[in-house]
Ligand binder design. Structure first.
Ligand code: NIG
Ligand code: FE
Length: 432
């Protein structure tokens, strides 16, 4: 008795202990993991974490953590798996209105580019955003952030890009800033004014590029509204020449670069992304071997979106295995948007990556956590379960991390802890 009480007194206080897990699985480090390291993760059977404030203060075996800590609150994982909060490095979540008619058209054989040429596609969402108030956009965005959180995604990159005028792009970025203040999901903001040419510039495309460079980018930078700038570099939209001009201006203004490249046609966008020193090159279904080499040399993170070719009925998929062989540190993303992928689940995305790209479960986990976190400049803060990092933890109802990828088509997330607070807990009901 006496000994037990002495031990009791010596335990350190912590705010939250997450115990009862069959397994804890996490990549390690603060830098992107490529090549063979993509699939090297740290697995602790009966692993647990201790949280103080918004930080992880211990990660280890449950037995050791229970002996060391006296917790104000305990969360029981009930035989599940603990993984880091998922990080989605490519989303377009600020829009109003849906595009199911285009989906139907594609099932009848129309292509994404044909639909865009008729004024559908991105321009259809532009009409929705231009007609919407900030309040309406914010309300729709907050609902989407709730859904991301329920699916275990604790940080997203979020693009504007359905405004395509200075005022409407700023409106979308300000909505993102407001949402970031109101919602626990961490948001990295990206200006995507170069998503398409707006109707009023249809016949004078170079004037829109001038507007981007001379007015829109400086206005966004001056207001500090975007960490990154992005561009849709593709045959029917922005050329390599436009891309260089817009991205160099963004860089001058202090923004990081992310680029939609080599998605529908092989343009050599990956090579340009590498030359510009982009943080990420996204899509890459048509990347060339030279493009892969250039990305590897420049240390650019490829953000792959395996659900998009499926949704667009596009045969060509990203050559993920060749990228891993070249040492690249892949990230996986949903590309959540109203046109080319409505899915928000990174766990389903992982399953598709496993099946279509032949990625192992450990590779998928790194590509859905640490690598995207690093591509967003947040590798020191999030993306792994390690002492000192932010306590963003997902409690899965699966017995191990391989089961997570195997058992798809449903939400395996039982609870989500964000910044040390239990933000969702299915076992406690909807209000928790
Ligand atoms: O990532 N490629 C360009 N942008 C999105 C599609 C956006 C849309 O169709 O609304 C994408 O696939
Ligand atoms: Fe996209």
């Amino acid at each position: 008795m006496e000994t037990a009480r002495t031990t009791e007194r010596k335990r350190e206080p912590c705010d939250l202990l997450i115990v009862g897990a069959a397994e804890l699985a996490t990549p390690l480090g603060t830098t992107p993991r490529g090549g063979a390291a993509l699939g090297q993760i740290h697995v602790i059977p009966r692993g647990a974490v201790a949280v103080r404030g918004d930080r992880l203060v211990a990660v280890g075996e449950e037995r050791d953590l229970r002996a060391r800590f006296e917790a104000a609150e305990t969360l029981d994982a009930q035989g599940g798996t603990l993984v880091p909060g998922f990080v989605d490095a490519h989303t377009h979540p600020v829009f109003l209105g849906t595009r199911e008619q285009e989906f139907e058209e594609r099932t009848r054989g129309a292509t994404y580019v044909e639909i865009a040429a008729r004024g559908g596609g991105i321009l259809s969402s532009v009409r929705g955003v231009r007609g919407a108030s900030s309040e309406e956009l914010l309300a729709a965005l907050l609902v989407r952030l709730d859904r991301f959180l329920e699916l275990g995604t604790t940080a997203i990159e979020a693009k504007s890009g359905y405004g395509l005028s200075t005022a409407d792009e700023i409106k979308c970025l300000e909505v993102l800033r407001q949402a970031a203040r109101l919602h626990p999901v961490d948001i990295a903001t990206t200006f995507l004014g170069a998503h398409d040419f707006p109707p009023e510039y249809r016949d004078r495309r170079s004037a829109y590029v001038d507007l981007l460079v001379e007015e829109m980018l400086p206005a966004v930078a001056q207001r500090g509204l975007a960490e990154y700038a992005d561009i849709f570099t593709e045959g029917h939209v922005f050329s390599l020449v436009d891309t260089r001009r817009v991205m160099e201006r963004a860089k001058e203004l202090g923004m990081g670069l992310r680029l939609h490249v080599d998605q529908l046609t092989p343009l050599g966008g990956a090579e340009l992304a590498a030359e510009l020193g982009a943080a990420s090159a996204d899509h890459l279904e048509h990347v060339s071997p030279a493009g892969i080499e250039a990305l590897a040399r420049a240390g650019v993170v490829p953000v792959l979106c395996p659900l998009v070719p499926l949704y667009l009925r596009q045969a060509q998929e990203a050559p993920a295995r060749a990228m891993v062989d070249a040492g690249l540190a892949l990230a996986l993303s949903t590309d959540f948007n109203p046109g080319s992928c409505t899915a928000m689940s990174l766990t389903d995305t992982m399953t598709f990556a496993a099946l279509r790209y032949r990625m192992g479960a450990a590779e998928c986990l790194t590509a859905a956590t640490l690598n995207p976190a690093c591509s967003l400049g947040r590798g020191h803060e999030i993306g792994s379960l390690e002492v000192g990092k932010r306590a963003d933890v997902v409690v899965l109802d699966t017995p191990n991390h391989v089961h997570l990828v195997y058992d798809f088509g449903r939400n395996p997330v039982r609870a989500v802890v964000v910044r040390g607070k239990v933000a969702r807990d299915r076992l406690r009901g909807p209000e928790a």
